[in-house]
Design a protein around this ligand. Sequence first.
Ligand code: HEM
Length: 470
Amino acid sequence: MSNRVTAPAATAAAEAPAGRPFRAPAPVPHSQPLGFASFIRTASRNPIEIWGTRAFKEPYIRGAWLGVPNIVVNDPAGIRHCLVENAKNYVMQPLRQRILRPLLRDGLLTAEGELWRRTRKAIAPIFTPRHISGFTEQMEARSVLFAENLAARSEGRTVDASHEMTLLTFDILQETLFSGDIASEPEGFARSTRDFLGSMGRVDPLDLLNAPAFLPRLRRLRGRKSMNFFRSLIAETIAKRREKIARDPDGTPHDLLTLLIKAEGLSNEEIEDNIITFIGAGHETTARSLAWTLYLLSQAPDERALVEKEIDEVLPTLTHPSQWADRLVHTKAAFEEAMRLYPPAPSLNRTALRADRVGDVDIPAGSTLLVMPWLVHRHEMLWDRPDHFIPARFLPENRDKIDRYQYLPFGVGPRVCIGASFAIQEGVIALALLLRHLRFDYDGRKPPEVVQRITVQPDGGLPMRLSRRR
Ligand code: HEM
């Protein structure tokens, strides 16, 4: 087994401000391999707990599950080889497809082969920098409103920051998707989205055992009714917008829905699938990153002071939307460091079509490739003080010390997240406008328990006490 890591070993940690950096909580890796029953239990309850100490120390780990070989690739050069240079040899893993495809159907996240290529080509122009900076005002307006509302209802009280951030990012996504033109009351739409997404949330033990698709998955059966209702709402919303565009082509709102309808080569069903995909992939992920950033800043007062000072100085001088992410460098660095410690999407899994080789490790045809941001981002050979919150790593002057393939919150290669710039812009804007007047202090009796339920999240929420800072 190779022990070489071909990236710059342990990227020097940039200096943290005065004081000891905060160690971000995570499940303690076990030192002995898990037995069969305990593996099933753990993987079904909290998949990130299956990893042992070796997984955070070695560049490659070979294993097998139900006779299928699997290879964990932590080495950045190996990641580049599999996900970029030889990407065509790797397809989405059947387990992930079994969970997501019934919900997202032909949306970009779950499409494969020619359908994926055509859809990506149709959708890519929607996420150009020009369109994304066109959403700044909506993001700004919704964040200001949300911060005011949150302060009015909860100042001096403890809120679940994880839940609050989901409400905020859902509100922003809904506005940038539909500009408020939804075929239902906003509350009803939010409820129906919650029901729908709830059925995505967990891995069913039957999936882990490769049980055939016709066996009923109890957890998923419960979601079918809410899924049908949710789909009918989306279909009606699209139909109404089509009518509006036909009636008044110049007066249609600038939002993702209009852009999708005008994109070349998408059928009505594909538009529906991609709206549902954006909702599924595009708000809980950002919400997790925001909530973790608030938590980490609350545990690192020196870092928080830097961010607050920057917001106070820079916000009044911002004149153009494109300046947000470039000028709020400490805010953006804290957000990026939070996504390193708690990558919302903790695993990028593939299946090898043909045999391949990385470094001196063979990847047999049909084996499972596991590229895990959860492991790579906390890998001892790649990061100095990997478990500590040190946002300065991501300041512009230090950024190029981080190898492209050791920091993967948005994945890498042809299937890299199409909404990455959208999410970073949204994250920086939301943080700046929340922290301009408010302060969040962690109010749990013990550190949050970190669990993977599709996204990496605090089990049972993130209690934070809200106060007004100015
Ligand atoms: C912090 C926020 C986000 C994170 C951490 C994130 C993470 C990811 C990751 C890791 C992938 C690649 C999965 C793989 O290779 O297996 C991905 C793909 C994708 N993301 Fe995101 N995402 C975020 C926000 C968004 C937003 C805001 C949208 C849309 C509005 C979005 C839409 C998508 C889509 C459609 C894909 C599939 C791309 C393809 O397969 O071609 N994501 N995301």
